[in-house]
Design a protein. Structure first.
Lengths: 134, 408
């Protein structure tokens, strides 16, 4: 497995300090929580991303994030990586996050690019879920 | 945790074994000017004669371990070449009798790929499904046999599961029907007794490096009575009674011979030791919730234990167990992202197949190694499940089969 040092670091830190790295869950029924779940067990990865938002002017800002991921090391690292990218962003800004940014930040090998695509999808889904509730 | 272990811990004996120091000594005695370095095919001087003597002694050790005549042993570069020689050799020699071959879906690639090649050359191959325990049943064999079947190739011990096929029974069927029976026994030597004087097997492949010998050498047993003929696949000098040309690799051959001599001598001890490690390992790991042993527990060797840890993905578990050398699926397929074809053939769901880890122990594994590994597994599985949305759903009582997943 040709993993970059960055993937290994992120994976290990997330594994060893889950709370610090935003592993966990919000109650999906709460009005200010948006939940996205992408992937399938049969494909080897499932990512669940939850955002907690606060209104600011005519938009919302992501105040907190929780996630859980079933998947290979780079899938787990990718989910963990997007947490820092999301917190403090408006929903519009969050929608602009592209998988390339995640892939570059973690130096994902080509065979693992799909993990970053999945992470990007989870952001969109969580935002969609939140907006539907409003 | 114990500090007596050296990290990383090797738990992948089924992929290869370290060379036994006694074997390494024997090998190095056959390399340099002051050693036995001659070409065993040289007939005109003592260097050649001495090398030939060493090669023949090694041949006897191999024959002795598996209960055959030394003249029935053909040296090859490994079990892969032995499998190729057996399968293509029979197919090429007997194709006028028929062009149908029976094998199974859970064979090693060294059997599957030559079969695929023969299909391209106009042969037909039936790939049998194993039962859910990973065994090939007599019924499956009987149902697949046709008028034009010339060869059945079934492995003895499966490399991913450790399951042991009933060679006696399959061989009897093959004999009755007049079909040649080839067995890939790469995982068997030193793990279970093999007696080819009574076993109805016509060709059997062996590997040195799975039994504390060097890589790059193996052998094919080719029965003399009743006589089995094969067409050579490598030509150039007519070595090994024309079945496999090429200067014999004396140092590797004596290494294999010594490894097999030790295997014969110490088999009882090796088996007992590995059995106790296996039981210790299994007793502890089976206390973890939602784990599944892959392969029939009542028909397997103790040195291999294949376990699926549900709701945890295999590659992430291997990463979390970075101080333990294990494999997910077989080493040859670990580079791909596909779950193991062997586990799939057992009917395991993809997610269980991709959460599987093969642990394999051997002669140099210690109790401390097992203890340390167990504590790491417990820790890693706990942590990864805490991270797993599937585990959360399982705890919430959600049936994962009813969820509409967004496949990608």
């Amino acid at each position: 497995m040709a993993y970059s040092r960055k993937v290994i670091d992120k994976f290990e830190k997330t594994l060893n300090e889950p709370e610090k790295f935003n592993v966990g869950r919000f109650d999906p029924k709460e009005a200010n929580v948006g939940t996205g779940m992408v992937g399938a067990p049969a494909c080897g990865d499932v990512m669940k991303l939850q955002i907690k938002c606060e209104s600011k002017g005519n938009t919302h800002v992501i105040k907190d994030v929780k996630f859980k991921t079933y998947g290979c090391g780079s899938a787990i690292a990718s989910s963990s990586e997007i947490v820092d990218m999301l917190i403090g962003k408006t929903l519009e800004e969050a929608r602009e996050i592209k998988n390339v940014e995640i892939a570059e930040a973690l130096e994902l090998p080509p065979i693992k690019i799909h993990c970053s695509v999945l992470a990007e999808d989870s952001i969109r889904q969580a935002i969609d879920d939140f907006e539907q509730k409003q | 945790m114990s500090t007596k272990v050296t990290l990383p811990i090797y738990m992948d004996y089924a992929s290869t074994t370290p060379v036994d120091p006694r074997v390494a000594k024997k090998i190095s005695d056959h390399l340099t000017l002051d050693g036995n370095f001659g070409n065993p095919a040289s007939r005109s001087h003592k260097f050649g004669w001495k090398a030939e003597e060493s090669v023949e002694e090694a041949r006897s050790h191999v024959a002795n371990l598996v209960g055959c005549d030394p003249r029935e042993i053909v040296w090859t570069s490994g079990a892969t070449e032995a499998d190729n020689l057996a399968i293509k050799g029979i197919a090429n020699f007997y194709q006028s009798k028929g062009k149908h071959i029976i094998t199974s879906k859970i064979e090693h690639k060294a059997v599957l790929d030559p079969c695929r090649q023969l299909e391209r050359d106009g042969f037909e191959v039936t790939y049998l499904e194993p039962n859910e325990g990973g065994l090939i049943t007599d019924e499956a064999i009987l149902n697949a046999i046709r008028e034009d079947t010339i060869l059945i190739s079934i492995m003895h011990i499966n490399n991913e599961l450790g399951t042991i096929n009933d060679l006696e029974s399959i061989g009897k069927i093959a004999r009755e029907k007049g079909i040649f029976f080839h067995v890939d026994a790469a995982q068997s030597t030193g793990k279970v007794p093999i007696d080819l004087t009574t076993l109805p097997v016509d060709l059997m492949s062996f590997s040195a490096h799975k039994t504390y010998g060097p890589k790059g050498v193996g052998a094919l047993f080719v029965r003399r009575k009743p006589r089995v003929r094969i067409e050579a696949q490598i030509h150039g000098g007519g070595h090994e009674r024309g079945m496999r040309s090429g200067t014999l690799a004396t140092h590797q051959i004596v290494g294999m011979g010594e490894a097999f001599r030790i295997a014969k001598e110490e088999m009882d001890r090796d088996i007992k030791k590995v059995q106790s490690l296996h039981n210790k390992f299994y007793d502890s790991v089976s206390k973890i919730e939602e784990i599944y042993v892959n392969g029939d527990m009542n028909n397997k060797v103790s040195n291999i234990l294949n376990i699926s840890f549900a709701y945890v993905e295999g590659e992430s578990l291997i990463m979390a167990l970075k101080d333990i050398a294990v494999s997910s699926g077989s080493a040859c397929t670990s580079a791909s992202l596909e779950p193991s074809y062997v586990l799939r053939a057992l009917g395991r769901k993809d997610e269980l197949a991709s959460s599987s880890i093969r642990f394999s122990f051997g002669r140099f594994t210690t109790e401390e190694d097992v203890d340390y590994t167990l504590s790491l597994i417990n820790h890693a599985v706990d942590r990864l499940r805490e991270l797993s949305p599937l585990w959360e759903m399982y705890l919430d009582g959600v049936d994962l089969d009813t969820v509409e997943w967004q496949t990608h």
